[in-house]
Design a protein around this ligand. Structure first.
Ligand code: UDP
Length: 447
């Protein structure tokens, strides 16, 4: 019998910008791809800073929205290049640079050092495919659908099922540079220009059973699903946690006091802050469900105060929690989520049914995957201001957690998708196989 070849010596450099939803999957994938690397934290990941030129943080009101791209690109290129050179000089040459999507200049740096690059796409494959078509001749058609008056209108894109306007990522509805989220679209445009130039491999934080169609919808790229890449519930606290941690003991013990599948967990992620009106509707809606709830309420965008930490008899409100531990707790029966892709995958892998309240970026597409594709939750209707009113929230929570047939079906589907997601990442599963193939051959030169 032939002895398998030993794995080639790889040294992956993961580059991301400092957003929690980007750091978490990048850090976790780095740990999965390089288990034997020199370890300075539990996942075997070494953190090295580079600068985007805004070391004190970027504030569009102070710096001007238009200044970010040029300064971040120039400072990023220079400081990342120095990191790559320093590692080579130390006898630890980088063999592959893996980058997330808001740092589109990274492949240029990799090429300058003769190192291949791979994109780690941390949103659904369907979103990648929609953007690909948007930037390759279908911009007007997609924007027209997104901005049309008929919410039931659909758009047909190659390789994807017909998508309704409310399933499209919000970026494609932006038609003016004056739009407050134009920078996002501009960076994604740069990314796709750079992808066409460099043709890197694309790793996607998804799995075949969920997005087989979208993963094949852009044959111009070598695309492989390597997810769901989600943190381990048992992982020790990470130095990559950007926000203040709440005392986990308090809410974990509180969860222990509640029966199985009784608690509504509510979080809108690490970026969004909830308006005062949404906060009030949320509070009243949660109270109306008459169920215990754990609510991560970050400071309101319009200056409204966050709710008290003991929010009536049934609620516990925190500013931040260890979400994966919370979702893994048997008392949690439903996740009211903004449909950030990490939050959603964390919920899927724990079999927790969802109430989807998407706000922007990829979240509308994620809500479509949750409700229409997986049947693992229900999407809440919003009013003209984008707010979910109390009655609607109550209706959705009841639909997911109540005694009706809908709740049983959603629970069964959540369990089914939990198993499929787990299988994908188990030894021999589709994503595990793709990840292993990448880790062994990541240094194939496309530089
Ligand atoms: N998160 C957390 N505690 C919280 C809220 C969020 O640990 O109280 C984590 C969550 O587990 C996820 C990330 O922050 O990994 C948020 O990423 P996501 O893509 O869901 O949303 P974003 O914050 O980027 O909108």
């Amino acid at each position: 019998m032939e002895t398998p070849l030993p794995p080639p010596q790889q040294h992956f450099l993961f580059v991301t910008n400092p957003l929690q939803g980007h750091l978490n999957p990048a850090r976790r994938l780095a740990g999965l791809a390089s288990p034997d690397e020199e370890a300075v934290d539990a996942a075997g990941v070494v953190h090295i800073p580079y600068s985007d030129g805004f070391d004190e943080g970027f504030n569009p009101a102070v710096h001007g929205a238009g200044t970010y791209k040029a300064r971040a690109t120039a400072a990023g290129r220079e400081t990342l290049s120095a990191v790559v050179a320093r590692l080579a000089a130390r006898g630890q040459p980088v063999t592959c640079v893996v980058y997330t999507f808001l740092v589109p200049w990274v492949p240029d740096v990799a090429r300058a050092h003769g190192v291949p690059a791979a994109l780690f796409w941390i949103q659904p494959a369907a979103v990648f495919a929609v953007y690909y078509h948007y930037f390759h001749g279908r911009e007007a058609a997609i924007a027209a659908c997104a901005n049309g008056r008929d919410p039931g209108a659909t758009i047909c894109l190659p390789g994807l099922p017909p998508l309704r306007a409310d399933a499209l990522p919000s970026g494609v509805s932006i038609t003016s540079p004056e739009h407050r989220h134009y920078l996002l679209l501009d960076l994604v445009r740069d990314l796709f220009l750079s992808l066409d130039e460099h043709k890197p491999r694309v790793l996607v934080n998804t799995f075949d059973a969920l997005e087989a169609d979208a993963l094949r919808a852009v044959p111009q790229f070598e695309i492989a699903a390597v997810g769901p890449v989600v943190p381990d519930a048992d992982a020790p606290p990470s130095g990559a946690d950007l926000l203040r941690r709440h005392d986990a003991k308090a809410y974990m013990e509180w969860l222990d006091t509640n029966p199985a599948r009784s608690v509504v967990y509510v979080s809108f992620g690490s970026v969004l802050s909830v308006s005062k009106r949404q906060e009030e509707e949320m509070k009243r809606g949660l109270e109306a469900t008459d169920r215990p709830y754990l609510w991560v309420a970050r400071k309101a965008a319009d200056g409204g105060a966050s709710p008290d930490s003991s929010d009536g008899a049934r609620g516990l409100v925190v500013e931040w929690c260890d979400q994966v531990r919370v979702l893994s707790h048997p008392a949690v029966g439903c996740f009211v989520t903004h449909c950030g892709w990490n939050s959603t995958l964390e919920s899927v892998t724990r079999g927790v049914p969802m109430v989807a309240v998407p706000q922007w970026t990829d979240q509308p597409t994620v809500a479509w995957l949750v409700e229409a594709r997986m049947g693992a939750g229900v999407r809440a209707r919003v009013d003209r201001e984008g707010v979910v009113e109390r009655g609607e929230l109550q209706r959705c929570v009841e639909m997911v957690m109540g005694d009706g047939e809908a709740a049983s079906a959603i629970l069964a589907q959540s369990d089914r998708w939990r198993k499929l997601a787990t299988e994908a990442m188990s030894p021999g599963g589709t994503s595990e196989t793709n990840l292993r193939a990448f880790a062994y051959s990541g240094a194939v030169n496309n530089a």
